[in-house]
Design a protein around this ligand. Structure first.
Ligand code: ZN
Ligand code: ZN
Length: 420
């Protein structure tokens, strides 16, 4: 495999000058020769063995590309349910039934035999295991500041408009925090939460904000397995079981106890490893389906905000470091969202030439086997491959500023967190 950091070379396949931005391994921007290379210095280790890491990177890269080729140019909604989704849902149902069976057997052992009796020795561990593996509901992030409609009516109205345009239910809770991020999640049984990190939201231009809302609300209807109650067991049950069965250090004092514990380890250790391997394999499959859902959320974002704004929003993922530096600098100087936007626009202008190679590079660096998101560059290309959309919801600068004014207090606390 070719891995070199020398620049100024030409591609051996097509003769185009190679590129190597930000000290990455070089590749050909025209035919993507050497783009697949594993760049250990920038990607970092998965397991720590170079040959294995290289192989895992290669598998992740090829799987990501294959999925992209399969989905490109198709209506994503219709090709929604693929093999990964079926495996994830089936495995989740089986795992849930398995936990129910453990609990039922434990209860049966308690009631069917005389109490107390030897059946307790089996019933108690079975019930403990079932409790340890029970499905858990997500909780609202305690650091998030929940907004009320009467405090931010303009923001709530915009969210309603975007939800209607993407065909998603409006969130039950809109919250803000001081992160450079935004997310949509379901907490409890069915409480839909939209959380906007104000440093991120505040530095976006109006139409990018619509694109962000379109993408996040799209997660309520895109069948993302990471956000559905039905598919939670696929992500957690086997991992928790492997954890619960992992042998603890041998500390039993007597010889008989020690032998008993050692015998337990002989069974526990391989079982725990087996469960962990199955867990990794299942999560890997489930995350493929999650990547499909991300492409679909991007498509919804483009439909509501227009393709140009959706693509511009995607580029923020490539500029996240320079954006957050600019926002932090302005926050220290005591400035709020207006100056954040100006500073971010300046840094975007300064790095405009860097974006095309960075999009391509994301295909190498954001394609690990365990990534929930497809590489930014491929998300870009996917939006180019589908029908172009004009904005369905237009956010004017005045209205965007009114939203910022509603959140003055929240912006000030986010600014203080950033400045600190
Ligand atoms: Zn080439
Ligand atoms: Zn997403």
């Amino acid at each position: 495999m070719i891995d070199t950091r020398a620049t100024g070379d030409t591609c051996p396949e097509c003769g185009t000058a190679t590129v190597a931005p930000r000290g990455a391994l070089l590749w050909c921007p025209a035919c993507e020769w050497n783009l697949e290379a594993y760049d250990a210095e920038r990607i970092g280790p998965f397991f720590g063995w170079r040959w294995l890491d290289r192989r895992i990177h290669g598998i992740g890269y090829r799987m990501t590309r294959r999925q992209f080729d399969r989905l490109r140019g198709r209506p994503l909604g219709s090709s929604g349910v693929g093999a990964a989704a079926i495996v994830t849902a089936t495995a989740s149902c089986l795992l849930f039934l398995g936990v129910v069976a453990l609990a039922a057997t434990g209860i049966w052992l308690l009631v069917a035999f005389s109490f107390p009796g030897p059946s307790l020795l089996l019933a108690v561990p079975l019930l403990a295991l079932a409790i340890g593996l029970r499905p858990r509901f997500g909780r609202l992030d305690p650091d998030a500041d929940v907004l009320r409609r009467d405090r931010a009516p303009e923001l709530f109205t915009l969210v309603d408009e975007v939800a209607q345009a993407v065909g998603a239910p409006a969130p039950d809770v809109i919250a803000v925090n001081a992160d450079f991020n935004a997310y949509a999640a379901t907490v409890g049984i069915r409480r839909r939460v939209l959380c906007l990190g104000l440093p991120y939201w505040g530095s976006l231009v109006p139409q990018e904000r619509v694109a962000l809302l379109g993408h996040e609300l799209g997660h309520f209807v895109n069948g993302d397995p990471r956000r559905m109650l039905l598919t939670q067991p696929a992500f957690t049950t086997l991992g928790s079981a492997a954890d619960l069965l992992r042998p603890t250090p041998l500390t039993a004092p007597g010889l008989i106890e020690w032998m008993g514990a050692a015998l337990g380890r002989i069974i526990q250790y391989p079982l725990s490893r087996l469960l962990f391997t199955l867990h990794v394999a299942l999560v890997c499959v489930a995350l493929r389906d999650s990547q499909r859902a991300e492409y679909l959320a991007d498509e919804m974002s483009a439909k509501v905000a227009g393709t140009a704004a959706a693509k511009s929003l995607l580029d923020t993922a490539l500029r996240v470091e320079s954006m957050s530096l600019a926002v932090r600098r302005e926050s220290r100087a005591g400035h709020g969202p207006q100056r954040w936007q100006a500073a971010v626009a300046e840094s975007r202008e300064a790095s405009a030439d860097e974006l095309p190679p960075l999009r391509q590079l994301s295909g190498r660096e954001e394609a690990p086997l365990f990534s929930s998101h497809p590489p930014t560059g491929l998300r870009h290309l996917m939006l180019e491959g589908v029908q172009r959309h004009d904005p369905a919801v237009v956010l004017t600068q005045q209205r965007s500023s009114r939203i910022d004014n509603e959140l003055t207090k929240e912006y000030e606390s986010a600014r203080r967190v950033l400045a600190w």
